[in-house]
Ligand binder design. Structure first.
Ligand code: HEM
Length: 374
């Protein structure tokens, strides 16, 4: 526990305690406007987006988006994701070698997928990419982070206003129809959460996952087999936990977590990475595993062991989890099927990681595709 302008901040890392905090929706708020006494840079009105609001508003807004994010709702997107992945793989081969996997594959795949899902023009991609990286960059400072949030928000507000006049078939069009009574700012906040929630995170998983697979021939074999790539993806999600810490929670009331007394007004940070790596305790907290095995979701089932918290837990659990899983399975499998001889083009010690960022990832991953090997 440390003190920040008189406010106590807790770091919770035990799997059971993390689950307890993330599911106690009456005891904790996600809305940072209650913390303006810590930083006047925080806005005095709602930032918008699912991740920063509480029920009942959160419940209503999440219900507006949820049907598009179920495994069934996402089926229509799968052929588009396969096409995007195949196109990016072609572009990698056509680019001067060695190629940067981040620029040519790990970023464009999730970015183009989300544009497809939302119905956002591909011409806006670069702007959103720049703003997305900046908002998760702690080194840039809170003012720069919030500036990036509001620039993305303004651009989305303009797109929402266009959709109101002529709703398209993408998620933006669905939002203006389902949320006709909500203002442009609220809808733009929702779209912004989807856009940024799925960029840095999936890109980080593709790049870091590829780095681990390049080190491990046995794991690469599992990546190229449709029967095992699902389970491998779950292991990578758990192991890498690219969202290392969940959004801060603010205690609305005095509450006991584990053996510690948290007071109203305290800030609580949950380490998903730490909780996920304490696997023995985590599995115990989630049950015996018999049910998971029966559903094919245990460690040995085709869908893998899904009892990790890489996507969080409770009402704010990742809305895009099934989309991310689909993207990752398709991306890992296609990448290693197409370029089985791919290898690192620089010394592993020189790989530039993001500095102090809220989402773990690499700035660049130069690879040699092995095209000249016979
Ligand atoms: C591997 C990729 C991803 C990871 C590891 C990830 C992780 C997470 C985590 C840990 C949370 C919960 C944070 C908290 O409780 O404080 C979250 C929430 C969220 N994620 Fe993801 N995410 C991923 C991909 C995506 C994608 C592809 C989308 C959408 C296209 C998305 C949209 C969201 C949204 C909208 C929320 C807020 C949900 C709510 O508050 O109700 N995420 N994500």
């Amino acid at each position: 526990m440390s003190l920040l302008f008189g406010t106590s901040v807790w770091l919770v890392s035990g799997p059971a305690e993390v689950r307890q905090v993330l599911s106690a929706k009456e005891a904790f708020s996600n809305n940072p406007t209650g913390l303006r006494h810590i930083s006047p840079a925080l806005p005095d009105q709602e930032l918008g987006g699912l991740g920063m609001c509480d029920p009942p508003l959160h419940t209503r807004m999440r219900q507006m988006l949820a049907p598009e994010f179920t495994a069934r709702g996402l089926r229509r997107l799968e052929p588009a994701i396969r096409d995007i992945v195949a196109e990016q793989l072609d572009l990698m081969a056509a680019a001067p070698q060695p190629v940067d996997l981040v620029q040519t594959f790990a970023w464009p795949v999730p970015a183009r997928t989300i544009c497809e899902l939302l119905g956002v023009p591909a011409a806006d991609l670069d702007t959103f990419r720049r703003l997305s990286t900046r908002r998760f960059d702690i080194v840039a400072g809170l003012d720069a982070q919030l500036g990036a949030v509001s620039s993305a928000q303004l651009r989305l507000e303009r797109l929402i206003a266009d959709e109101r006049r002529d709703p398209g078939s993408g998620l933006l069009g669905t939002l203006v129809t389902r949320g006709a009574d909500l203002d442009d700012r609220t809808l733009a906040g929702l779209a912004d959460g989807v856009l940024t929630g799925g960029l840095e995170t999936s890109a980080g998983m593709i790049t870091l996952g590829t780095l681990l697979l390049l080190r491990d021939p046995e794991a690469r074999e599992r990546a190229t087999d449709s029967r095992t790539v699902g389970a491998l993806t779950e292991e990578l999600l758990r192991d890498l936990s690219v969202v290392q810490v969940a959004f801060p929670r603010y205690a609305l009331t005095d509450v006991k977590i584990g053996s510690h007394q948290i007071s109203k007004g305290d800030v609580v940070l949950c380490s998903l990475l730490r909780a996920n790596r304490r696997t023995g305790a985590d599995t115990k907290a989630a049950g015996t595993g018999a049910e998971a095995r029966a559903a094919g979701t245990g460690a040995d089932g085709p869908r893998g062991d899904r009892r990790h918290m890489a996507f969080g837990h409770g009402v704010h659990r990742c809305l895009g989890a099934e989309l991310a899983r689909m993207e990752l399975r398709i991306a890992y499998q296609a990448l290693f099927e197409r370029y089985p001889r791919m290898r690192l083009a620089i010394d592993e010690r020189e790989i530039p990681f993001h500095g102090l960022a809220m989402v773990y990832g690499l700035q660049r991953l130069p690879v040699d595709l092995g095209l000249c090997d016979s």
